[in-house]
Design a protein around this ligand. Structure first.
Ligand code: PLP
Length: 394
């Protein structure tokens, strides 16, 4: 066993199943381990490293930001936070304001709290329930976890936050049965990530918008995984022709540094006052300066066109793989799922030997969420390595 793996087993809480090598570097869409093996990174640190590793604009922003204080606190004003908020609002037609967090789960917590405060302000006590969906994943903290209906994640930690109702994803009738006037918000991922790369249908999304309007509830989109360019639009909801009331972002927003953000309308923002919600680190000058460089680059139409083009090519190449174990290829842009009829775990392990980093989404789906800078030549290499891993594992 590698000495780093031995130390990990000795000193860390064993809360993760980790890959059997030690990462020690990387550039672009490639990673290297401590033994000098290189891997094509089709996981991007779970849909995080949007610009890959060592992007020159990110590095320049990091260098500049590192020369200033790293932290001031939300008690004081600083320019990078305000600039990033402005850039996000300008890139997001429905949004008027931003509240920063440090992670995806925290963004969802903030959205849940904002929804409750909004409903209490306008309708008094009793309008506190949240509707979430089968297959959804919103995070591991108590509010987000309560909206994540997976027994493995929820059961050891009960009791959960009360007041969450569930409906079946992409089944509008099922949603209509649980959305009523006691509901303050409906939360969903436009494309479910952890749940297996399932996109909401246009009818479902439009129907939820109509239902939430009818029952004066807010529509919260969790774009922690599918947002910030991943689907070939800056936000995934842009594919749907609806406007949400809140949108939660995190993972790729600073291309690897921890950040979260909730984008909201003025209608929501106006019920939140000083002291209602906050966190020590969020919106700090270092992370927001880096996120600003990421958003500037990813929101460029030419960058988004690259994601669309390479995503479509990747999908085509995956569909051409001649394996009896591939049942379906689905997803959008560079958020793709390969439905297998065998477990994904052994394919991922075999992928390491072939020099490719793959992810799963559930037991039998390979999830491909590479850096958005992936080239077509790298897609070809990825497909070759993935095919070899599939053949080795089957
Ligand atoms: C859609 C979605 N929401 C929320 C989260 C939680 O984000 P974090 O791990 O940053 O708390 C994730 C993480 O995978 C996610 O995919």
């Amino acid at each position: 066993m590698h000495p780093v793996a031995e130390l990990e087993q000795r000193y860390l809480v064993q809360a993760y199943g980790r890959a059997p090598f030690v990462l020690a570097g990387g550039h672009g869409a490639w990673l290297e381990d401590a033994d000098g093996n290189s891997y094509l990174d089709l996981a991007a640190g779970i849909a995080v490293n949007a610009l890959g590793h060592g992007d020159p604009d990110v590095v320049a922003a990091l260098r500049d930001a590192a020369a200033s204080p790293l932290h001031y606190s939300n008690l004081y004003l600083s320019e990078p936070m305000v600039r990033l908020a402005q850039r996000l609002v300008e890139a997001t037609p429905f949004a008027n304001r931003v509240h920063f967090q440090n992670s995806g789960t925290e963004s969802n917590e903030a959205a849940i709290k904002f929804a409750r405060k909004w409903a209490r302000t306008h309708f008094g006590e009793g309008k506190t329930d949240i509707v979430a969906f089968s297959g959804g994943f919103h995070g591991r903290t108590m509010g987000a976890l309560a909206a994540t209906p997976r027994p493995k994640y929820q059961d050891p930690f009960r009791p959960l936050m009360p007041g969450v109702r569930f409906a079946t994803f992409n089944d509008l009738d099922s949603a209509a049965q649980v959305v009523d006037d006691q509901v303050c918000a409906v939360i969903l991922e436009p494309i479910q990530g952890e749940g297996g790369i399932y996109a909401a249908s246009s009818e479902f999304m439009a129907g939820l918008r109509e239902l939430t309007h009818r029952h004066q509830a807010l529509l919260i989109l969790d774009e922690v995984q599918c947002g910030v360019g991943r689907t070939g639009a800056f936000w995934a909801y842009e594919h749907y022709g609806i406007l949400p009331d809140m949108l939660c972002a995190a993972k790729p927003l600073a291309s690897g540094l921890p950040i979260g953000a909730v984008l909201v309308t003025d209608r929501v923002a106006e019920v939140i006052h000083a002291g209602d919600h906050g966190t020590t680190f969020a919106g700090g000058p270092f992370v927001t300066a880096v996120a600003d460089a990421v958003v500037r680059k990813v929101s460029e139409p030419t960058f988004l066109a690259h994601v669309q083009e390479v995503g479509a090519y990747f999908r085509e190449r995956l569909e051409e793989i001649n394996s009896p174990h591939i049942k379906e290829v689905r997803g959008r842009g560079l958020m793709l799922g390969v439905q297998l009829d065998i477990p994904a775990g052994p394919v991922i392990q075999a992928g390491y030997k072939q020099g490719v980093i793959l992810l799963n989404a559930g037991p039998d789906v390979l999830r491909l969420v590479p850096p958005l800078i992936l080239s077509k030549a790298e897609v070809d290499q990825g497909v070759e390595r993935l095919s070899a891993a599939l053949a080795a594992a089957a």
